[in-house]
Ligand binder design. Structure first.
Ligand code: MN
Length: 563
């Protein structure tokens, strides 16, 4: 369905009315790219229509920016378009206010907060449609803004799309953000792999007919075969783990075989392995054991013609559609059972009880949800027992409902908890037993040599705060975390230059951290440096990593492990 055409042909439908109202509200407004603002609203709504969402969602997508950018009010939306559309627009407006500015360790909490605040998957999907168009038109914005939005897309929105199983969208968002975040690496990658992609595809084209005729001989039916080229950003991330050596990436281009049903998948696999010997340990059965986001397929790596190492993926058409479109594919399959007419179609909140992806989403958050309980609709209710409070620096802290500033303090760091003397919530002094709400900005006031108070035990909710208060009281000393670890190993991958190691080491020693051992290795133009450090506190390690990344621009990637 083309939203614009549909709206014009059906002016009295919900979509038709929303179209007119949004067009009028944005009249005269321009995007930074100098096109009419309303084009953005249409683009977002068009994506929503392509993902097969209901008419309420399409109307809400058309109206998604009117609250923030025009004089149109939420009350008016409710009055003209009903409770549901106004709920969706309100949700999108609320999420729009959350900004991510690159505190890596807390990106996951921010993703959870967005899910919790949206309350309904459709709100996130409208936000994703909005973000997709913003990324496609990012060129028009000033560089500073480009970077912030691209980073937020990479760290927050693309992972959310991926978790919803929308692999295609997640890949689009990543590849749109990539050149803004890592311009030099992007150029290097394009230059390095362009030829390799073509070379691999040509090679696979010679292997494909051999496989086809072998499948035919063995009476395995095939719907189609094609080639899957690895997306740029996903390749870049993989290269970081493989010494930046493209030769080590076997799935740069994979041969994909689509068959009618699951038994054909395994039959085809047998034929492949009889034809070309598999590389030991590389076969993955994502049909029996799907990935956490629901991805299903058989992957195998074989010594193909001329002994070239090649990845082959085998799946059904349905698995393929699901992998590309996730949640949207489920609606498409639901739709085949009827309701293809938008005017007659009911809200998708009804009758979509046992969608696999809802189950997958719940698995993802299993630590927060009761496994016996069944999710009945698209409502995101698995966060009803969690709240998300924010530090003055913008990190999101995830806590159980009823948590106090003391829980918050211990969540940041045990020493901050131990020495907490008071708290400010949203800029105002609050008691230490105050019950925090989602979105509260919390600042902890500390005093040197202060000890935890036993009375805190009555109000704290987290087990970790309770344990630390008790043990600090028992011993009369500050608690120590991670006693069993003696040191941390930092692993740094970077571009080489003279004096690089010295710079890295001086930053570490200036942070008053003892080092005990350095190892370097080289592969191509990249070096890997391993440094043993005497820090065991995760917050400190993460701070150090941020500091290093900011100060040494050659650094591509840092990871750490406790020894
Ligand atoms: Mn927008």
């Amino acid at each position: 369905m083309i939203v614009k055409e549909f709206a014009k042909k059906n002016p009295e439908s919900l979509i038709g009315k929303a179209y007119r109202a949004a067009k009028e509200a944005h009249a005269g407004q321009k995007r930074k790219s100098s096109e009419p603002y309303f084009n953005h609203s249409i683009a977002a709504a068009q994506a929503i229509a392509e993902w097969n969402l209901d008419e309420q969602s399409i109307a809400a997508a058309l109206l998604h920016d009117v609250i923030e950018d025009t004089s149109y009010s939420l009350e008016k939306i409710k009055e003209k378009f009903g409770e549901e559309v106004s709920f969706l627009v309100d949700g999108v407006t609320k999420i729009g206010k959350i900004k991510y500015r690159g505190i890596e360790a807390k990106a996951e909490n921010l993703r959870k907060m967005i899910l919790a605040l949206s309350q309904d998957i459709r709100v996130i999907l409208i936000k994703l449609a909005d973000r997709l168009h913003n990324m496609r038109t990012l060129r028009a914005l000033p560089p500073q803004k480009q970077k912030r939005i691209a980073l937020e897309t990479l760290e927050i929105y693309s992972p959310l799309a991926y978790r919803l199983g929308m692999q295609h969208l997640a890949g689009d968002l990543e590849d749109l953000a990539f050149p803004y975040i890592y311009p030099r690496e992007y150029k290097w990658l394009i230059k390095t792999v362009k030829e390799k992609y073509d070379e691999r595809e040509k090679y696979l084209k010679s292997a494909e007919p051999i496989l086809r005729s072998e499948l035919e001989k063995n009476e395995v039916s095939v719907i189609k075969t094609d080639y899957r080229a690895k997306r740029y950003y996903s390749l870049y991330k993989k290269l970081l783990r493989y010494d930046m050596d493209v030769e080590k990436i076997h799935d740069l281009v994979a041969l994909r075989v689509i068959v009618p049903d699951i038994s054909d998948c395994y039959a085809a696999l047998g034929v492949v392995h009889k034809l070309w010997p598999p590389l030991p340990g590389r076969f993955k059965d994502y049909i029996a054991l799907p990935k956490p986001n629901g991805y299903r397929s058989l992957h195998t790596t074989v010594f193909c013609i001329d002994g070239k190492i090649t990845e082959i993926q085998i799946k059904t058409q349905e698995m393929h559609d699901e992998a590309e479109n996730g949640i949207a594919a489920h609606w498409a399959y639901e739709e085949k059972k009827g309701h293809s007419d938008y005017l007659a179609r009911k809200s998708i909140t009804a009758g979509t009880k046992e969608l696999a992806w809802v189950q997958q989403l719940r698995n993802w958050q299993r630590e927060f949800s009761d496994p016996d309980e069944f999710m009945k609709s698209l409502k995101i209710d698995f966060f009803q027992d969690r709240i998300f409070a924010i530090t003055p620096q913008g990190s999101v802290i995830d806590l159980p409902v009823g948590s106090t500033p003391v829980d918050f303090a211990y969540q940041i760091h045990s020493e901050i908890g131990d020495s907490a003397s008071g708290a400010k919530v949203n800029g105002k002094i609050a008691p230490l037993d105050y019950q925090l709400k989602s979105g509260d900005v919390v600042e902890i006031l500390t005093q040197k040599n202060k000890k935890p108070s036993g009375s805190w035990l009555k109000s704290v909710k987290t087990g970790s705060a309770k344990n630390r208060i008790k043990s600090a009281m028992r011993r009369g000393i500050k608690t120590i975390i991670g006693e069993k670890y003696s040191k941390t190993e930092l692993r740094v991958i970077c571009d080489d230059r003279i004096g690089l190691l010295k710079d890295i080491m001086s930053i570490i020693s200036r942070s008053h951290i003892n080092m005990n051992g350095v190892q370097t290795g080289r592969s191509g133009r990249f070096v890997t440096i391993k440094i043993g450090c005497e820090i065991i506190d995760k917050t400190k390690i993460e701070k150090l990593i941020l500091k290093l990344k900011r100060a040494v621009k050659e650094i591509k990637e840092i990871s750490y492990s406790l020894k």
